[in-house]
Ligand binder design. Structure first.
Ligand code: MG
Length: 363
């Protein structure tokens, strides 16, 4: 029995941020959520999505409606690689780029939802099936506008709840401010909690090198996005100059960009984001690429999808805790003893609230 796509539609839903989130270069304004719904001749409907943190959502929607979705009708939804490749090459003049990768991801995640439903399997198993529970670290207590006391209180609360790690934003104007904040948290939690830091691409190579040297005594698990993502050379030099693993990936938009980073030694932790890389199909390629270099994957944001993907692969290390779908889901991701549990139902495993989604449609 074939599974031809008979209907393809896209729409945009705006979600208010669940808490104020700031870093060295930006604030999370709202989650523009781009949904793609695909129905097939064998009676299934898959729902996929991608996101922005506040700008560009209507551009993604226009690319889908004007160019990508019309190509899908009649295609066999089981041929995920063929569809991904066709859509990628059909946008060749505007690819690789953030808008096209986000559009591809909303289609690809819908195709994987269909694939999992058809197989009667949850995503974590169909995408690889390594283990169902993954360590979770918290970012919600580490935003840059929070005071040192608030950072300490947040880290202690995470530790008390049994979480294995917390992430703190860095990039205050002066080095000593960053160091004092990190030192206060380390002194409060002791050696048993992983602490990661994130500069959100805000530094130059000389400044990042200086800060990394000062951060080393705090015992950090990684230094995330120290430099602009297109400065591969700077990342390679920085990685060679510090014992702190350099984490990159949330601002890379293709498998080949990851290949360049990993092969050059510019990434010690791979943070591939399923929306920004173009969907589950390329996400898995990046995760397997990282495995061949003996690197761990700690994906960026989107914990509701990344819990299943991180659980699927042997080198999945951590899921990032930033809840942002509560307004449009009926139940939350399960967390047990600081570990996220991948859903065991067929499909992507996100418990969408269709009425709440409809209420928040803006286009
Ligand atoms: Mg980050």
């Amino acid at each position: 029995m074939s599974s031809a796509i008979v209907r393809a539609e896209a729409y945009l839903v705006d979600l208010e941020v669940e808490t104020v989130r700031t870093d060295a270069v930006q604030a999370f304004l709202k989650q523009e959520t781009i949904f793609v719904s695909l129905s097939t001749s064998d009676g299934l409907t898959g729902l996929g999505y991608s996101y922005t943190i506040g700008t560009g959502g209507t551009a993604v929607l226009a690319l889908l409606r004007d160019h990508l979705l019309p190509r899908l009708v009649g295609a066999d939804a089981r041929n995920v690689e063929a569809i991904w490749s066709d859509l990628f090459w059909s946008t060749h003049a505007t690819t690789v780029g953030a808008i096209s990768s986000l559009a591809l991801a909303s289609v690809d995640t819908a195709l994987w939802d269909l694939r999992c439903q058809r197989a009667g399997e949850p995503l974590w198993r169909l995408a690889g099936g390594y283990r169902q529970r993954v360590p979770l670290y918290d970012t919600e207590g580490g935003w840059l506008h929070l005071s040192t006391d608030e950072l300490v209180a947040g880290a202690l609360a995470s530790q008390k709840a049994g979480w294995p790690g917390v992430k703190l934003k860095v990039g205050k104007p002066r080095l000593h401010e960053d160091v004092e904040r990190l030192r206060a948290v380390r002194d409060a939690v002791g050696p048993g909690l992983d602490i990661m830091v994130d500069a959100n691409q805000s530094m130059t190579y000389p400044e990042a090198r200086r800060r990394a040297a000062a951060f080393e005594a705090v015992d950090l698990s990684w230094f995330e996005e120290p430099l602009p993502a297109d400065d591969l050379t700077g990342h390679v030099h920085l990685a060679a100059s510090t014992s702190i693993p350099i984490a990159v990936g949330e601002s890379l938009y293709s498998v080949s960009q990851f290949r360049e980073y990993v092969a050059a030694g510019g990434a010690g932790i791979v943070q591939v984001d399923v929306a920004r890389v173009g969907g589950i199909t390329p996400w898995l390629k990046v995760a397997h690429l990282a495995e061949t270099f003996n690197l761990e994957v700690c994906p960026h944001f989107l914990m509701e999808l990344h819990v299943s993907l991180t659980a699927a692969v042997p080198n999945g290390r951590y899921v990032e805790h930033i809840p942002q779908l509560r307004a449009i889901t009926r139940s939350e991701m399960t967390v047990v003893d600081g570990h996220a549990v991948a859903p065991d139902v067929p499909g992507l495993g996100i418990d969408w609230n269709a009425d709440a989604i409809d209420d928040r449609r803006v286009a």
